[in-house]
Design a protein around this ligand. Structure first.
Ligand code: XMP
Length: 319
C-alpha cells in the first residue's frame, strides 16, 4: 500500500544513503516544492543541510518573512537569507521586455546563489525540489528560463570547483503528491496549498519598467485580492489568482477631485496543469468588494479591471 508515510520513510532512508556524512545545500525559492524538499532532507540529515534563500524582493507581500520564520524559527533549519532585492531591482532598471526580465532575473539568481553556496564549506550536494513533470518536460512552457533553482538541472550554474551532486527527493512526485507529503511532514496545509508562483515573481506582473514603488503598490493590491478570495472561501477553487499593475493611467474621481492614476488588472484561472486555463467565474460581489478596497486602500490606483481571457489564446501571466 503506497502511502505518503511510506514514501516519507523510504525517501529519508534514500537521502541518508546517498549523502552519508556529506553536507547539502538547498536553494529555497519560497515556493512549495523547494520547501517540502528542504523539510524532508532536514528530517533525514538534520544540520548537514543548509538552506540558501535568495530573496529577489519580487515575492508577494510578507512571503519572504514567512519563509524565514517557518524554516529558521519553526523548523530550526540552518538558513542563509540573502536580501538581494537591490541587485535584482538595479539590474532590472529600465528593462521592459518580458524575456529580457526573465534572463536578468535568472542570471542574478544564479550569481547570488553561487556566491552564497561557495561560502558553505565542504558542501558536496545540491538539493532541488524537482518534480516529475519537470523531469519529463525540462523546458518551461514558455521556453524561457525559469528562475527557480530546479531549472538549472545539472548544477551548470555552480562554480566548477564545487562539483555538487544532485539530491532530488521529489523526482517521482506530482504537485498534489508533494502537497500531501508536505502535510505529512507537518507543514501547514495553507502553506503547501498555495497557488503556483512564477520564478520571476512580481517582475512579470508589472508590464513595462519595474521600480521598488511599483512592486510595493502591486504587493498591497495583490494582498487585498487574495485576502478577499480567502474570505469568500474561493482560494482552493482557483488554480492561480494575482494582480497585474498596468503601465496605464486613467482618469477617475475621488470625492470631488479628479484623479489620474494607475489601472490594476485582476486575474484568476482554473486549470489542472497550467497548460490550458479558464478564467474564473467570480461571484460579482467578491470582485466588487476587492475593487473598492484596492481603490480605497492602495495609493496610486484608481481603476480595477478583471481579465476574462482563457488560455489559449491568452497565457496565464501577462508577460
Ligand atoms: P503562462 O503565463 O505561460 O504560465 O500561461 C503557465 C504557468 O507557468 C508559470 N510561469 C512561470 N513559472 N518561470 C516560472 O517559474 C517563468 O518564467 C514563468 N512564466 C510563467 C505561470 O505562473 C503559470 O503557473
Amino acid at each position: 500500500d503506497w502511502t505518503m508515510a511510506a514514501f516519507r520513510a523510504e525517501a529519508v532512508a534514500r537521502i541518508r544513503e546517498q549523502v552519508g556524512e556529506g553536507r547539502v545545500i538547498c536553494g529555497l525559492s519560497g515556493g512549495v516544492d523547494s520547501s517540502v524538499a528542504a523539510v524532508l532532507i532536514h528530517e533525514a540529515i538534520g544540520d548537514q543541510l543548509t538552506c540558501v534563500f535568495v530573496d529577489t524582493g519580487l515575492l508577494r507581500m510578507n512571503e519572504a518573512e514567512q519563509v524565514v520564520t517557518l524554516f529558521r524559527d519553526h523548523y530550526n533549519i540552518p538558513l542563509i537569507h540573502v536580501d538581494a532585492s537591490k541587485e535584482f531591482l538595479g539590474e532590472l532598471e529600465g528593462v521592459s521586455e518580458p524575456e529580457a526580465k526573465r534572463k536578468i532575473i535568472g542570471r542574478v539568481f544564479v550569481e547570488t546563489f553561487d556566491r552564497e553556496a561557495a561560502k558553505i564549506e565542504g558542501a558536496g550536494f545540491l538539493a532541488q525540489g524537482t518534480l516529475y513533470p519537470d523531469v519529463i518536460e525540462s523546458v518551461s512552457a514558455r521556453g524561457g528560463p525559469s528562475v527557480v533553482i530546479k531549472s538549472h538541472h545539472n548544477v551548470g550554474g555552480l562554480p566548477e570547483h564545487m562539483k555538487l551532486k544532485l539530491v532530488e527527493p521529489l523526482r517521482e512526485l506530482f504537485k498534489d503528491e508533494v502537497r500531501a507529503l508536505g502535510v505529512e511532514l507537518g507543514l501547514p496545509p495553507a502553506f503547501v496549498g498555495r497557488h503556483p508562483f512564477p520564478g520571476p515573481g512580481l517582475a512579470i506582473r508589472i508590464p513595462g519598467e519595474i521600480t521598488r514603488e511599483k512592486v510595493a503598490t502591486l504587493q498591497q493590491a495583490d494582498a487585498i485580492y487574495l485576502d478577499e478570495i480567502r474570505k469568500a472561501g474561493l482560494y482552493d477553487s482557483i488554480w492561480q489568482a494575482f494582480a497585474v499593475l498596468l503601465p496605464v493611467k486613467t482618469v477617475g474621481v475621488m470625492g470631488d477631485a479628479r484623479t489620474y492614476e494607475d489601472v490594476l488588472a485582476l486575474r484568476a484561472v482554473t486549470s489542472t496543469d497550467g497548460m490550458t486555463a479558464d478564467f474564473f467565474e467570480f461571484p460579482w460581489p467578491v470582485l466588487a468588494r476587492t475593487a473598492t478596497r484596492i481603490i480605497n486602500e492602495v495609493k496610486g490606483v484608481n481603476r480595477v479591471v478583471y481579465d476574462v481571457t482563457s488560455k489559449p489564446p491568452g497565457t496565464i501571466e501577462w508577460e
